[in-house]
Write a protein that binds this ligand. Structure first.
Ligand code: F0G
Length: 352
């Protein structure tokens, strides 16, 4: 097998063209599709569940798929600065790709509301990090305004290049399933770019190769569920900070994916998110950030209701790596025990 060359070179027919000298890649994509038999047993008998672990991308989230396209195109256009608003992962990815491209990067984050690992990433790659006294939705409004003034290329998912890159996940999944299309695709929904992109990918794939499309099942956090409630949430609340969003930019795209796929968009509580987060770690050995567990939380919630009846295969996108948010992991896990540096004491502690 030849070495993976990154999305722009692996999927040239699907993506906007970029002159080779402007391709900015960290060899993103090609993430593992991990079978999850123990979790499947808790969701619905007979269902096969697979985890598309996007935390294995170079900066630890699915954002890299779109960022390689957006930053490469910005570079090709002669831009000097890229700009984004972010709950953390977009900023981490933008900072890394901009560094590699030799572009300046500015990120606007909600003050005090992004996980430590993500902040560290933006900082280490040399981005200008501006924390606004406001939430993500406000940060995105400000960034849009600057973008319209032409101050910088906005690399949020309102930039269509991001959606193009992110759609590649659908092509990878069907390839990894040996040409089978899953019956259900579950994922978290925040700003709704990812459900829009994943659905676009499945549609394009089916138009090319046939075989149909899955039902798209998106899950918002209960305290940040504008699409489920049918109205903006002015003060979104959830411990899953990545999806703490009250006015999704791709709202219409999410509704379209839901309706055309005969899917659904539902919500899960923070307790259900944490339970799914722990189940992924305990039962499957997969460490994700809290928001990434929302799709799994949704399937755990729907399984017993019969809503998944007839489905044979479900895929969940696990959007980001657990190391993004180490503080949450420590908070929800059993405490560290301290013992003396003594073999008898250690034996007692381990063997009781
Ligand atoms: N999961 C994670 C880990 C995310 O970082 C995000 C979004 C989502 C899910 C939701 O994806 O917005 O396309 O519906 N993070 C954005 C950011 C908002 O700024 O990093 P979406």
């Amino acid at each position: 097998m030849s070495a993976w060359r990154g999305l722009l070179r692996e999927f040239p027919d699907l993506l906007p063209s970029v002159p080779d000298a402007s391709v900015v890649t960290l060899l993103e994509g090609n993430t593992p599709l991990i079978p999850a038999p123990a979790l499947a047993g808790r969701i619905a008998p007979g269902l096969e569940v697979y985890l598309k672990f996007e935390g294995m991308n170079p900066t630890g989230s699915f954002k890299d798929r779109g960022m390689t396209v957006a930053v490469s195109r910005a570079h090709a256009s002669g831009a000097k600065v890229v700009l984004c608003a972010s709950t953390g992962n977009t900023s981490a990815s933008a900072a890394a790709y901009a560094a590699r491209a030799g572009l300046r990067c500015a990120v606007v984050i909600p003050d005090g509301q992004i996980a430590l690992g993500k902040l560290a990433q933006a900082m280490v790659h040399g981005a200008r990090v501006l924390a606004v006294r406001g939430n993500f939705d406000r940060a995105l409004e400000l960034v849009r305004e600057l973008g319209e003034e032409g101050a910088a290329v906005v690399v949020n998912s309102i930039n269509p290049d991001r959606i193009e890159g992110q759609k590649t996940i659908a092509f990878e999944i069907v390839r990894q399933l040996g040409g089978r299309v899953p019956d259900v695709h579950a994922l978290p929904v925040g700003n709704a770019g990812n459900i829009t992109a994943t659905w676009k990918g499945y549609l394009e794939r089916s138009a090319r190769d046939g075989g149909g499309t899955p039902r798209m099942m998106g899950f918002q956090a209960e305290g940040a569920a504008p699409i489920v409630r049918g109205a903006r949430v002015l003060e979104p609340k959830t411990l899953a900070t990545a999806i703490k969003i009250g006015n999704p930019a791709s709202w219409a795209g999410a509704l379209d994916a839901r309706d055309r796929s005969r899917g659904l968009i539902d919500m899960v509580s923070d307790d259900e998110i944490v339970a799914a987060y722990r189940a992924l770690a305990d039962l499957e050995g997969v460490f994700v950030e809290p928001a990434s567990a929302a799709g799994v939380a949704g399937l755990l919630k729907l399984g017993p209701t019969g809503a998944l009846e007839g489905a044979r295969t479900a895929v969940c996108t696990l959007t980001g790596h657990g190391l993004k948010d180490p503080e949450r992991a420590v908070q929800v896990s059993p405490k560290v025990e301290t013992v003396g540096a003594d073999v008898a004491e250690l034996r007692r502690a381990l063997l009781g």
